[in-house]
Design a protein around this ligand. Structure first.
Ligand SMILES: [Zn+2]
Length: 275
C-alpha cells in the first residue's frame, strides 16, 4: 500500500500535466532480489490500470551498467572521487576531517569502494510539497558511495544517470529519499545534466512508525478488488473525495486525475496506515 500511494501520487501529478509516467526497475543488488519480484510489480501496475512505457528499464541491464561506469570514469577524471578500504567500524570512528582515504587518489591493494568527495557547498532546492530544502554537503550529508566494494553501483549514481537518460523532468517520490536529493543534485551538476523538479510525499507507516515494507510485514496489495484498492490508496493523499463511485479502473483514474491537487498533500513526513 505504501508503494501504491507513492506511485499514485506521481501518476496523478504527471497525468495532470499531460506527461508520461515511466517505470524503472532499480535492481542494482541482484543477490538481494526475490525471484519474480519485478514481474509481479509490473503485473500489479497493469491490473490497477497504470499506463507506462512499454520498454521498462532494468538497472541490472548491461547497457545501463556501462553507462554508470562511463559516468564514474568522468568523475574519476575530475578527481572528485577517492578509494575507501575502511571497515564499518573504522568509518564509525572517523569524521570527514580524519578520514585518511579522502586523500587516496590511486586504488589501494585491499578491496575498496569508490566514494564521492563532497565539497563544502550548500545545496538548495524548492520541493513542490515540502518547500525549501537546504543542506550543506560536508556538514549535513557527507561523502557517498558510487561503487561498492563488491563492484555494485550505488543507487545515487544509477538514478541520476537514468533520470537523464530517460529525460525525466519531474520526480515524485517518498520523503524517505529526500536526504539523497542534495547528493543527486550535486552529481547532476558535476556531470552537467539537466536538473529535474522534485516533490517528496509523506510515506505510509504502521502504528509503530515504521515504513511499510516486506521487512515490517506489510500486506500485499489486493488486486482482486482493484477499484476499492485504488480508492483506499487515494484516501491517504488528502484530496477532495472522488465525486462518484467509479465503475472501472479507467474511470477511477479519470476522476482521480481531474480531482488532483498536489498542494493538498499534507506537508508531513509520515501518515499512519489504517489497520
Ligand atoms: Zn576509508
Amino acid at each position: 500500500m505504501g508503494s501504491l500511494v507513492t506511485a499514485m501520487a506521481s501518476y496523478c501529478q504527471v497525468k495532470k500535466s499531460h506527461g508520461q509516467w515511466l517505470v524503472r526497475i532499480e535492481d542494482l543488488d541482484p543477490p538481494r532480489e526475490t525471484a519474480g519480484a519485478s514481474k509481479n510489480i509490473i503485473a500489479t501496475l497493469v491490473k490497477l490500470g497504470f499506463y507506462f512505457n512499454p520498454e521498462v528499464i532494468y538497472q541490472s541491464n548491461q547497457q545501463r551498467q556501462s553507462a554508470y561506469q562511463a559516468a564514474l570514469d568522468r568523475l574519476i577524471e575530475q578527481s572528485v572521487v577517492y578509494y575507501c578500504s575502511c571497515s564499518r567500524t573504522e568509518l564509525k570512528n572517523c569524521t570527514l576531517k580524519t578520514h585518511a582515504c579522502r586523500n587516496q587518489i590511486a586504488p589501494p591493494k585491499k578491496p575498496y569502494s569508490i566514494k564521492l568527495k563532497v565539497p563544502n557547498k550548500t545545496v538548495t532546492f524548492i520541493d513542490k510539497i515540502q518547500g525549501q530544502y537546504k543542506k550543506n554537503l560536508q556538514q549535513d550529508c557527507g561523502d557517498f558511495i558510487l561503487k561498492r566494494k563488491d563492484g555494485l553501483f550505488s543507487y545515487q549514481i544509477a538514478v541520476v544517470i537514468d533520470d537523464a537518460f530517460q529525460n525525466v523532468t519531474d520526480i515524485v517520490r517518498g520523503i524517505d529519499l529526500i536526504e539523497s536529493t542534495p547528493w543527486q543534485i550535486h552529481l547532476n551538476s558535476l556531470l552537467n545534466l539537466t536538473q529535474a523538479c522534485y516533490a517528496h510525499i509523506p510515506i505510509l507507516v504502521n502504528d509503530q512508525g515504521q515504513k511499510l515494507s516486506k521487512q515490517t510485514f506489510a500486506k500485499e496489495i489486493d488486486t482482486k478488488n482493484p477499484i476499492q484498492t485504488l480508492l483506499n490508496a487515494y484516501d491517504y493523499l488528502n484530496q477532495e473525495p472522488i465525486p462518484t463511485q467509479p465503475k472501472t479502473v479507467n474511470e477511477f483514474w479519470q476522476l482521480a486525475i481531474d480531482n488532483w491537487n498536489i498542494e493538498k498533500i499534507a506537508k508531513v513526513d509520515s501518515i499512519e496506515i489504517n489497520s
